[in-house]
Ligand binder design. Structure first.
Ligand SMILES: O=C(O)C1=C[C@@H](OP(=O)(O)O)[C@@H](O)[C@H](O)C1
Ligand SMILES: C=C(OP(=O)(O)O)C(=O)O
Length: 446
């Protein structure tokens, strides 16, 4: 089976992709695929568990297929053929000769799987896309080494020489640039001899809800996890006790990040979009979306079916701290560029280290359409300006490509290069986008 490369849809999709302009307000029901973060945590925990697990509603996208591939290289059996995925942990601790882990540009894969490799016997080389080699990893590899791991480099590509286990213990890490550096130490923690205590010292800790997700998913798999309240100076302490992880069935929530662009379509066009099966309670930072879109002038409503967002016509600028929810920044920047008043997006300096430098890319690319966007120390300032069409490069970043599609709904002549890059998290985005535009829903619940 092939792993989506990000170019797989190229034959069927013109490049550049002419972003469709909405002829009328978008009215649609848009079911979104399973969550990347939920799928990749479930895969990792299942590979560490004591028997066969089943994932229901798993996301099938580049990042999750990469995770499945790396877990196979680590000896697990991962069946991604059906709607439900099954995972059986490795039968032997010994790695195959010449084992390689291709992490692509998936932060979750690059940060969550090296710890698993320390539990095997043998060598495995970790590598990824050129961009992944430059994204933060060094603090994680250093921390694993201090916990007893044998890793030959501080940077990607690196080789983990597995010795069949990891002593574990207490370790400090600076996760100011990515919460995944902590999740990557915690997820396999129950399988270290002494478990693990991770102490974060650093200037900030972005993407906090993902740490809540890591803790919740570990606990749901039977692990004992203690989390101290944040201490002076922002120090955080997480402790995972050694123990077994339970195999079982895991239902993956819809990806609320992927929902962002579709809900924004209602805001941009003054329409109404319903995303079904919106969870009542979730660790996903997308739980902040209703409040964010409401602040921009939309009305939001929980219906029996899911979350309904209705655009109010005029888009209001916002001033908001997105440190917990950086993934929303590209689409919110697109909406802010269409707004009637200025916006400030704060707390997102770490986006410089995501799939691309998202702050520079948004300012430069949307700037080509006439947008007035300034990069600040920790985010973006967006001033209203008339926009015109143009060709935009998403710089291999799925969330930028989707943000540009939102602008294209109301600005004629927007073309997006390499739209297939959306396959990192949203398989078949162009088809979903066209389906949303066509829907005009009989089905949209009212
Ligand atoms: O743990 C996770 O699943 C994620 C954590 C966040 O990463 P950072 O902490 O690097 O922002 C987020 O941006 C990413 O999309 C998913
Ligand atoms: C930052 C993201 O991904 P990654 O898991 O590669 O860090 C993202 O999906 O927006």
């Amino acid at each position: 089976m092939s792993i989506l490369t990000g170019t797989e849809h190229a034959d069927t999709q013109s490049d550049p992709w002419p972003a469709p302009t909405a002829a009328r307000p978008v009215v649609a029901v848009v079911p979104v695929p399973g969550a990347k973060s939920g799928t990749n945590r479930a895969l990792v925990l299942a590979a560490l568990a004591s028997g066969e697990s089943r994932l229901r509603g798993a996301l099938r996208s580049r990042d999750t297929l990469l995770m499945a591939g790396v877990l196979r290289a680590l000896g697990a059996e991962v069946d991604t053929d059906g709607v439900d995925w099954t995972v059986r942990p490795a039968r032997s601790t010994r790695l195959a000769a010449g084992a390689r882990a291709d992490c692509g540009n998936a932060g979750t894969v690059a940060r969550f799987t090296p710890a698993l490799a320390t539990l095997r016997e043998g060598d495995i080389v970790f590598d990824g896309d050129t961009r992944m080699r430059d994204r933060p990893l060094t603090p994680l590899l250093g921390a694993l080494r201090r916990l007893g791991a044998d890793i030959d480099s501080d940077r990607m590509p690196f080789t983990v020489h597995g010795h069949g286990g990891l002593p574990g213990g207490e370790v400090e890490v600076d996760a100011s640039n990515s919460s995944q550096l902590i999740s990557g130490l915690l997820l396999a923690g129950p399988r270290y001899d002494a478990g693990v205590t991770v102490v974060h010292h650093g200037s900030r800790l972005p993407s906090g809800p993902y740490l809540d997700m890591t803790v919740a998913d570990l606990r749901a798999a039977g692990a004992t996890v203690d989390v101290d309240p944040p201490a002076a100076g922002g120090t955080r302490r997480f402790r995972v006790a050694p123990g077994e992880l339970l195999a079982g069935e895991k239902v993956i929530e819809p990806d609320l990040n992927s929902a962002t662009a579709f809900l924004a379509a209602a805001v941009a066009t003054g329409g109404r979009v319903v995303v079904p099966s919106w969870p009542d309670v979730t660790e996903q930072p997308g739980r902040m979306l209703p409040a964010l879109l409401a602040a921009m002038g939309a009305s939001t409503e929980r219906t029996e079916r899911g979350l309904a967002v209705t655009g109010g016509g005029t888009i209001h600028g916002i001033d908001v701290d997105l440190s917990d929810f950086g993934e929303a920044a590209p689409v919110l920047t697109a909406l802010a560029a269409l707004a009637s008043s200025p916006s400030r997006l704060r707390g997102i300096g770490h986006l410089r280290l995501h799939e691309t430098d998202r702050l520079a890319a948004l300012a430069e690319e949307l700037g080509r359409l006439g947008a007035r966007i300034t990069v600040t120390d920790d985010g973006l300032a967006i001033d209203p300006a008339p926009l015109h069409g143009g060709r935009l490069d998403p710089r291999s970043d799925h969330r930028l490509a989707m943000a540009y599609a939102v602008v294209g709904l109301v600005v004629p002549g927007v073309e997006v290069d390499d739209i297939a890059t959306t396959g990192k998290t949203v398989p078949d985005f162009p088809r979903m986008w066209s389906a949303m535009l066509a829907d005009q829903s009989d089905q949209a619940d009212r």
